[in-house]
Design a protein around this ligand. Structure first.
Ligand code: C5P
Length: 238
C-alpha cells in the first residue's frame, strides 16, 4: 500500500514591522504606494496569486496596525490576514509571527518591501520546498566586492579604508533574498534560540541551529525597496 504523503499547508509571513528610516518618508516605506497600492498590498497579492488559499500573516509596527486595518477596509483589499505586532528587531518580529504557525506546515518568510518577486518563483519554490527543509533564493554577486573599514577623521567625517590582505572572492559570493521557505517545525525550533546580532535573515538562524540549507536562483528584480532610488526603480519595473 502506498500512502500518499500529505501536502504541507502553506503560510507566508509578510515582514513589515520595520521603521524604514532610510527612506526619509512620513511613514514606513512598506506603506508607501506603488502603482496605486501600498507596497505590502502588492507583495501580498503576489503570494495570493502564486498560492490561492495561503494563510497570510502580516507583521506590522504596533502603531500602524489600525492604520493598516483601515486601509484594507477602505480599498477594499479583501485578503484575510492574521495581523501580528512586530518586535525590536526582525528576528523578534519573525518569532512573534511563528507563534501563529503550526508544526508540519510550509512557512515562507518574505520582506514586505520586496513586491517585485514573481508569482512563478513563489509557486516553484513552494513546490520544491515540500521535500526540502530550508530553501533560500540567492543571486550571484555581479559587482566586485571590497572589504573596507570606516574611520572617523578628526573633523567628524568618515573615510573608507582598505583592510590590508582582506579580499572577497566574488565567484563564491551570493546575495540572499526572500522568500526563504522552511518546514515550520524546523524554523520554530531554530527561533527558540537566543538572539544573536549575526542573525540578518532566517537562513542564518536555521544554520546556527545546525540545519543545512538548500539554494535556488532568485531574481535580480526582486529588490528590497530601501531607499528613494529603489522606489524609482520599482516604479519603472512595474
Ligand atoms: O531592516 P531590514 O531592511 O533588514 O528589514 C527587512 C524587512 O524586515 C522589512 O520588510 C522590515 O519591515 C522588516 N522588519 C520587521 N521588524 C523589525 C525590523 C524589520 O518586520 N523589527
Amino acid at each position: 500500500n502506498i500512502v500518499p504523503k500529505m501536502e504541507r499547508k502553506r503560510y507566508v509571513i509578510i515582514m513589515a514591522a520595520g521603521s524604514g528610516t532610510r527612506m526619509g518618508a512620513d511613514r514606513p516605506k512598506q506603506f508607501l504606494e506603488l502603482g496605486g497600492k501600498a507596497i505590502i498590498q502588492q507583495t501580498i497579492e503576489v503570494f495570493m496569486e502564486a498560492s490561492p488559499g495561503i494563510t497570510v500573516i502580516t507583521v506590522l509596527p504596533e502603531a500602524f496596525i489600525s492604520h493598516w486595518r483601515d486601509y484594507c477596509y477602505k480599498k477594499p483589499f479583501t485578503c484575510p490576514q492574521i495581523l501580528v505586532k512586530g518586535g525590536i528587531t526582525r528576528f523578534h518580529s519573525v518569532r512573534n509571527a511563528l507563534e501563529r504557525v503550526p508544526e508540519g506546515a510550509l512557512v515562507a518568510v518574505h520582506d514586505g518591501v520586496r513586491p517585485l518577486i514573481t508569482p512563478k518563483l513563489v509557486a516553484d519554490m513552494f513546490d520544491m520546498a515540500q521535500n526540502i527543509p530550508a530553501l533560500i533564493p540567492v543571486t550571484p554577486c555581479v559587482d566586485t566586492m571590497k572589504v573596507l573599514s570606516k574611520r572617523k577623521k578628526e573633523d567628524g567625517t568618515e573615510v573608507l579604508e582598505t583592510i590590508p590582505g582582506a579580499v572577497a572572492d566574488r565567484s563564491v559570493l551570493y546575495g540572499a533574498q526572500t522568500p526563504q521557505i522552511f518546514h515550520s517545525e524546523i524554523l520554530k525550533a531554530a527561533y527558540s534560540q537566543a538572539y544573536d546580532t549575526a542573525f540578518t535573515d532566517d537562513a542564518s538562524v536555521v544554520e546556527k541551529y545546525g540545519k543545512s540549507l538548500s539554494y535556488t536562483m532568485g531574481e535580480r528584480l526582486n529588490i528590497k525597496i530601501t531607499t528613494q532610488d529603489d522606489l524609482v526603480l520599482a516604479n519603472a519595473v512595474m
